[in-house]
Design a protein around this ligand. Sequence first.
Ligand SMILES: [Zn+2]
Length: 404
Amino acid sequence: MSLRQLSSDLLEGRVSIDAAQPMAPRFVAEEVASRTCFVSSFANVTAFTTDAGLLLVDTGSFVLAEPTRVALRKATAAPVTTAVWTHGHVDHCFGVELYEREHGPVHVIAHEAVARRFERYRLTHGWNAAINARQFRTQAGFPTEFRAPDETFATTRSLDIGGRRFELTHALGETDDHAWVWVPDAGVICTGDLFIWASPNCGNPQKVQRYPREWAQALRAMDALGAEVLCPGHGVPIWGAAAVHRALDDTASFLESLVDQVIAMMNRGARLDDIVAAVRPPESLLATPYLSPVYDDPEFVVRNLYRLYGGWWDGNPAHLRPARDAALAKELADLAGGVAILADRAEQLRATDLALACHLIELATQAAPDDATVRARRTLIYRERAGRERCLMARGIFSAAAES
Ligand SMILES: [Zn+2]
């Protein structure tokens, strides 16, 4: 099936996003607009033909850059001379050397904060390797070497390359180093991960701060351009000015709604627990084909917003300088009449309230870490919980818990 057909099937509701996961690499290259070739991979690559060689927007992941290059090469043999990274996540900015091996140097342009990200990645290599293993259930590890961009910019940058114009704009959003790219002669917008055919990855529980409000502003700025084709960081392109407008407008509205609700409650002095329980994205937007929580979850965006505007303390005074988890667990196990009672109740709750079941089985495990019966029940509870999760981030963490 062509990417264009899949895109229309998704938008018209003939295919559900669960059956066409936006991160699924298809390794297909397709002409999406005039002199514009889109390569579907885990993170996509868009190639623009110019009179001075190809300009790539993103270059591939540290795992899949080579099959992505092979797919591109089925569509064009032109040398790659320029690359723009939409951000420094490791699924977007690898593989430049594969093209340099073919035809010589590639000039890489990215936002200035990419360098800071790579420095952080060197500092926190073990942490990032562990996150990747949990999040994606993969043994792929995490890179240790990063190719620096050759040129960076702070807010905007216009490029005139081989007779074509590329307008780069920095935005805070999924990251602090994002850039989106507008190519006026083709009517193409490359959004990076500001659009990914899923509820915005804007609350990722294991990642650094993200910026929902600025993200929405970036979507509004893109929407104002009237693009004919949207090339996303993940998932298939969207064709047609009306459909592109709807996708950008809906995603912006979705984020704005979360931002407004969280800030209003924070301004009234609400605790994080109350905010998480009360804030909901509009149902009509949640039901669109491109805002399903299949990757990140709006609930996590709420937490991310609270952290951004309020810090890490959740408003519960007991949580400011808490007792150790194990001390609280032992106390509660004693009060309940023993660890087995906590574990039995957790098992009962597995059918009706998995969140509560997880709390009780964690208490039982922490009160008696070596109890084999408790551990076996814990495995079953987290397996069950992972199986019911649509959100990949949550599924990864619960699956890892089941295996730990
Ligand atoms: Zn990405």
